[in-house]
Design a protein around this ligand. Structure first.
Ligand code: GUN
Ligand code: ZN
Length: 434
């Protein structure tokens, strides 16, 4: 692929930002130079353009905003089939909507079509990397990673492990689930841009034997990820206490089986005790904050300040299909409101840092994605701050970049995403954008 340059307002983060703007790199007229799928350079247009060869193609987006692609740290690809299903809290929602829908993924063709639909939806929302649950069926993982490989996206995923408390069509066995996971790791982990995550659904749907084997497999693969759910809903927490009376807490179940490490991502973590937060911080395991899901299922309000006080890393995620939007902009919109109710000021710089470099760091992928440092993979979005009449009107009233970012995260959604690039190739272009 030849060298190509993208010119326009450009913003990325070089570090966790302060509200004074340290860690933010913004060019009102910037250029991103992409060479063979990687970032070669970023800087002010005047300087960068002068040094480019005369025949270098420059795509000019003077009215847009170029940013790194968004990262979603917790989502379920099969649940595109259940998003916006009415009226239940977690455990009923799983039984009435999610488990029936996930059974369809036994059929490879169904899974393949769903994987395409899901990746299309991510890319049209500007999400270029996601850590996703598949279903219990190995074919669902094959479908997902195959579709991701064809598109060149950097994705993380795993087969759900679930050997009890679920319908027959959705359960594996302790030994069978681990054998399948091991085969999938061999085939897909570090295969191009794909990474594998061991995926016990949550403590109630795995026997102690399955959790024990999952921990043992994880110990044999130090760079494989682990994803699961934790302390999302009060009835779920009580259920875990009755299923594992010998453990001191919900987190202690996972801890006991060796599932806590820096590569462990626990979705939700709303109802944790101090001792659990201390243990998360000690082990470097992170919480994926899923505000649209937490509000939709009535699960509760995550206290971000408390996580910060305990030194627990958190990332931002959609959790579709309990989450109600694929848009990480809409996720920020709801995150801001949850944070307001908890007295945590979620500044737009912090918000967009988390969608990009922050989420990359939480997944230990910041050596290759998350910002426009030279050499990183060129995953980026071209955003349209004037995508709707209201946005255009309000944008004209804003002076500073952070005010404009706040408009995007409050009023924006998929309509704002004009183009999405992965590895320097355009994979999505919104029709009829200005
Ligand atoms: N807990 C166990 N499984 C799920 C799931 O699919 N979605 C959510 N939000 N929570 C879960
Ligand atoms: Zn989830």
């Amino acid at each position: 692929m030849s060298v190509r340059a993208y010119r326009g307002p450009l913003l990325h983060f070089t570090a966790a930002p302060t509200s004074a703007g340290e860690g933010v790199e913004y060019f009102a007229d910037g250029v991103l130079v992409v060479d063979d799928g990687r970032v070669r350079q970023v800087g002010p247009a005047a300087a960068v353009l002068a040094a480019l060869p005369a025949d270098c193609e420059v795509r000019h987006h003077p009215d847009h905003l170029i940013m790194p692609g968004f990262i979603d740290t917790h989502v379920h690809f099969p649940q595109i089939d259940v998003i916006a299903s009415y009226g239940e809290q977690l455990l009923d929602w799983l039984n009435h909507y999610t488990f029936p829908a996930e059974q369809r993924f036994a059929e490879a063709q169904y899974a393949a079509a769903a994987a395409e639909r899901f990746l299309d939806e991510l890319l049209r929302n500007g999400t270029t990397t996601a850590l996703t649950f598949c279903t219990v069926h190995p074919a669902s993982v094959e479908a997902f990673f195959s579709a991701s490989t064809r598109r060149g996206t950097r994705m993380l995923a795993g087969k759900v492990l679930m050997d009890r408390n679920a319908p027959d069509g959705l359960t594996d066995t302790a030994a069978g689930g681990i054998a399948d996971s091991e085969r999938l790791i061999e085939k897909w982990h570090n295969n191009g841009r794909q990474s594998y995550a061991l995926t016990p659904r949550f403590a109630p749907t795995s026997t102690p034997a399955q959790l024990q084997k999952t921990g043992a497999l994880l110990a044999r693969h130090s760079d494989v990820y682990m994803q699961t759910h934790l302390s999302e809903n009060s009835a779920e927490v009580q259920w875990v206490e009755t299923l594992f009376p010998e453990r001191t807490s919900y987190l202690d179940v996972y801890d006991h089986y060796g599932l806590l490490s820096e590569r462990s991502v626990f979705a939700h973590g709303i109802h944790l005790r101090d001792r659990e937060l201390r243990r998360l911080a000690e082990t470097g395991a992170s919480i994926a904050f899923c505000p649209t899901s937490n509000l939709f299922l009535g699960s509760g309000l995550l206290d971000l300040q408390r996580l910060q006080d305990f030194g627990v890393t958190f990332s931002l995620a959609t959790d579709v299909g309990a989450g109600t939007s694929f848009s990480q902009l809409q996720t920020l919109n709801e995150a801001y409101k949850v944070a307001q109710l908890k007295g945590y000021p979620l500044h737009p710089y912090e918000a967009f840092y988390r969608l990009t470099l922050g989420n990359a760091r939480s997944l230990h992928l910041d050596h290759c994605i998350g910002n426009f440092e030279a050499g990183k993979e060129a995953d980026f979005v071209v955003l349209d701050p004037n995508a709707t009449p209201l946005l255009a009107y309000r944008s004209r009233q804003c002076e500073s970049p952070w005010e404009k970012l706040f408009l995007l995260m409050t009023l924006g959604d998929d309509r704002v995403v004009a183009e999405t690039y992965v590895n320097g190739a355009r994979v999505y272009e919104r029709r009829q954008y200005r």
